[in-house]
Ligand binder design. Sequence first.
Ligand code: ATP
Length: 471
Amino acid sequence: MLCYSCTIYEAGRLWSVVISKEWDTLLDLISDGIIITDHEGTILKVNKAYERIVSIKPKALVGKNIKEMVKDGTIPESSTLKVLQTKQEVTLFHENNEKDLLYTGTPMFNERNEIVAVVNCVRDMRELNELKRTVTQIKQVNQEYREQLDYFHGRESKIDGLIAESREMQHVLTLATKVAPLDSVVMLRGESGVGKEVIAKFIHTHSKRVSEAFIKVNCGAIPKDLMESEFFGYETGAFTGASKGGKPGFFELADKGTLFLDEIGDMPQELQVKLLRVLEDREFRRIGGVKTIRSDVRIIAATNQPLEELVEQKKFRKDLYYRLQVYPIVIPPLRERTTDIPHLIEYYLNTFQERHGTPTRINPEAIYILSQYKWPGNIREVINLLERLVIICSNREILPEHLPREITDCLHLIKPVHFKEQLEWIEFQELQRALEQHGSTRKASESLQMSKTTFIRKLKKYEGRFKMDHK
Ligand SMILES: Nc1ncnc2c1ncn2[C@@H]1O[C@H](COP(=O)(O)OP(=O)(O)OP(=O)(O)O)[C@@H](O)[C@H]1O
């Protein structure tokens, strides 16, 4: 809405402005109706929008006095007169069959605080509401298209065998994508088999170090005595049995690249001190060496251990802990992101059928059962099971009876708790059937008497959870 603050104008000066051509043009560009009167209520100016909104020709108004117009009943009441009486901004509302008109009268003062003019602004609220409704409708249509795009896009998008359909994994990828281009230390937390190494590689491939080495070190697998030489390398004759010519350590091998320190909680204390020093100084010496070697390495650490407890038990150095915790990313266990399960099944079935040359389908009920299982071994357990199933299912279809006892038994335990889920499963079958029968989401949703948006939303949600057919 136009807002006229108390501007200092003398009446004569105002008049010369009001009659100028530029002023006319400017006023006619405004979509609100404007009517300007002098300090006595005589109409000086009316813009084109006012004529459109109020349906009175400006020529019939200019020069007339508002007081007389109210007196002879041409207009029922006037915000201008109220402004002249109160010296304040006044708002009036008039409605008739066609329009809901909102008038806002604003006084303009001179230096002596006398009114020199009143600017009255009128808008048709019905027209505005109509516009609002149209905008809302456009937004809805837009949203529908966006959902459809997401739906179809979601089916295609896989990042290098990295399945991340669930909201939880999308969040992990957002964090990983943000930190990837920076050189910050990253700490990946999560149970065994959740994909810490996969995310470490994702960060490396999305960093500027992508064309350099990605070196993975399992800190729990290297014998304690060899740790230092493995990390920092050694020079000829550094110790008995040292190879001639020496050997570079991980820090040298990963120079300009990424060093992924898996199972960091298993790193012995002595090495923790040395690691901290390299992280701070970015330089080290080989065992038996005198030369200082500079190292440009990005560290990504990972653990499935409660590091905080190790710190409390003084098994892990507090200073190193803080140095590594700059950017922690927690990868949730598979049981907390069940929407990923059907996609992982589909992806790994494809992988194994290509590897073993045995096309294998999976029955929807089997997918449902696998989606309910808690997967203590996370994705690694999914992979192992699917490979086994592809080999043992000679009839080319994985059925519930092919699933191991520990998985099917678990379903009996949880069945009553997941009654709602079973209802959703039935609804999902209905949505699929309708889509197959009618061939388009519009027709399928009509047949089920639901809106297309709801249909697509539900289908997407359920597909994520119980995706059915694997060809
Ligand atoms: N999001 C994912 N999509 C597809 N496969 C995945 C995904 N995450 C992990 N995997 C696969 O699961 C297996 C285990 O993943 P990974 O080694 O990254 O887990 P981890 O958390 O590092 O395990 P650990 O703690 O035992 O080292 C790998 O074969 C990996 O390719």
